[in-house]
Ligand binder design. Structure first.
Ligand code: GLU
Length: 509
């Protein structure tokens, strides 16, 4: 492929970007970069009624967090701007006029009430109404009204929309790079509105005009746009732009983890995972929706998760850097069927990236978390050591606290199950002896402490597992964790002895 590939991500600023949208952006980006092409961010804000303040900034910020970069776009400029459709408003009417003049579009004066009444009438006859080749001949438009009346209505400023005149009996052929060849009969299609009474183009008109003017070569977008593709192909034909029409690739849906159907925000709330890249606060209601960033996912992990939802490299490799994804990506390997979101797999990806990050990097994030927990001025060397010890046990930086809080604070509670299973009548007495042994051990280092404790247990023919578990219980509060004597060495002899005494008191009472 030549280096002329030009693709666009064209979101509407109607709220936070769903991860399905992020995946669309990612696949566009991978495709563009693979072919040395250009990636464009175009904001499609023609539907003023659905405009949400802050959504555009949100889209830019979250994609930048993920490392999806744009060569041209609303925030970086470029030779094909402006890149926000509301800033291109003036040019759409001109294109629409061309269609009217060439008999590919017409003015329609039907009021919303008239159309609603018709819809009801059709429903009563168990039919569904659409404005199309059959019905338009009976309706109030420039195809049915005398020319003078149309002119008068326009001159009087009567409200109108401009509709596409879908041919009655034609076949539309769509060559989708993922779905193959799709044929649609035009009699099933309606006369979509191209230009609205508020002076704004609809999505369909603006999208085609812009893709043409911006010299887009490939339209890679979600499957929900497949039903619009026949109209889009017809629009290219109507404008006489068939030769430069972009190629289409409609991506499979992102499905909920359980059952079928599109992954929605409700599924995320229900099953406890974010469906947005970063946290979003609804400007109207103040409702906060969680994001991957704030939930502790690494951007590299989110990219890897999304890359695999609908695509696979055809090899065993699962961990890919962005650069590797760019190399490996191809539209041929995108699947036709929907991709189920898998929360466990998502966590697994994050865990893999956490393990790859060096301890210094993780320590910086962990220290922020520690401050939030009230641990101010933690010893950096100690934090690094802790991370080394527990890195393998967690998938998220914020899980580090749960796994290591005993390094910073003495336990307040003790695992009931361990008590039930291991705490015997003489346990307190043996732990007291162990406290003395720890106290009398000359150094605070792990090995001598360990050896002296083991010596005591063997000398008194005690059960190793039972005593060790109880010692861990009073020091850590639980029956599991990293090596006990490393913990004792790190928190120090004095603190360990304090904890032994505190533990005995609270458990025995
Ligand atoms: N504005 C549309 C959206 O919000 C773009 C669809 C397309 O890529 O053609 O997804």
């Amino acid at each position: 492929m030549s280096n002329k590939v030009r693709v666009r991500f064209a979101p509407s600023p109607t709220g936070p970007l769903h991860i399905g949208g992020v995946r669309t952006a990612l696949y566009n980006y991978l495709f563009a970069k693979k072919h040395g092409g250009t990636m464009i961010l175009r904001i499609e804000d023609t539907d003023q009624g659905r405009f949400v303040p802050g959504a555009e900034e949100y889209i830019i910020d979250s994609l930048s967090w993920l490392g999806i970069k744009f060569d041209e776009g609303v925030h970086v400029g470029g030779p094909f701007g402006p890149y926000r459709q509301s800033d291109r408003k003036a040019m759409y009417l001109e294109y629409c006029d061309t269609l009217v003049n060439n008999n590919w579009a017409y003015f329609a004066f039907d009021s919303a009430e008239d159309l609603e009444a018709l819809r009801k009438q059709f429903e009563a006859e168990k039919k569904s109404f659409q404005y199309d080749a059959q019905t338009r001949v009976t309706l109030k438009n420039s195809l049915t009204l005398p020319k003078e009346e149309v002119e008068k209505l326009l001159a009087d400023g009567a409200p109108y929309v401009i509709r596409f005149k879908m041919p009655a009996h034609e076949e539309v052929h769509i060559n989708d790079l993922i779905r193959g060849h799709v044929v649609v009969k035009t009699e099933t299609l309606d006369d979509k509105v191209l230009f609205k009474s508020d002076g704004m183009p609809t999505y369909h008109l603006a999208n085609i005009v812009d893709d043409h003017l911006m010299e887009i070569t490939h339209v890679i977008r979600g499957e929900e746009w497949l039903p619009s593709a026949p109209l889009h192909v017809m629009l290219y034909k109507a404008f006489g732009w068939e030769d430069t029409m972009p190629q289409f690739a409609h991506l499979p849906l992102l499905l909920k983890p359980d059952g079928n159907g599109k992954l929605s925000k409700r599924d995320g709330d229900r099953l406890g995972f974010p469906v947005f890249p970063t946290q979003w606060t609804d400007p109207k209601t103040g409702e906060v929706s969680s994001g991957y960033r704030e939930s502790g996912y690494f951007p590299e992990a989110v990219i890897n998760i999304l890359a695999f939802l609908g695509w696979n490299p055809g090899t065993e490799q699962e961990i890919f850097t962005m650069e590797e994804l760019i190399q490996a990506f191809s539209i041929e390997r995108i699947s036709k069927s929907g991709a189920k979101f898998d929360l466990e797999k998502a966590k697994w990806f994050n865990q893999q990236y956490l393990r790859q990050h060096d301890n210094e990097f993780l320590a910086l994030s962990f220290e922020i978390l520690l401050e939030q927990k009230g641990i101010i001025n933690s010893d950096h060397e100690m934090v690094l050591k802790i991370i080394e010890l527990i890195k393998e046990r967690v998938s998220f930086v914020n899980e580090l606290w749960e796994q290591s809080k005993f390094f910073f604070v003495a336990p307040d509670t003790y695992d009931e199950q361990v008590i039930k299973k291991r705490w015997k009548e003489d346990t307190a007495q043996h732990l007291k002896s162990l406290a003395d042994i720890i106290n009398n051990t000359i150094t605070h280092q792990r090995e001598p402490l360990h050896d002296n404790v083991v010596q005591y247990i063997t000398d008194n023919s005690l059960n190793m597992g039972q005593i060790m578990n109880c010692l861990r219980l009073v020091i850590v509060g639980a029956g599991m964790g990293p090596d006990l004597f490393t913990i004792i060495e790190m928190i120090g002899k004095e603190e360990s002895i304090k904890r032994i005494n505190k533990g005995i008191n609270s458990i025995n009472n």
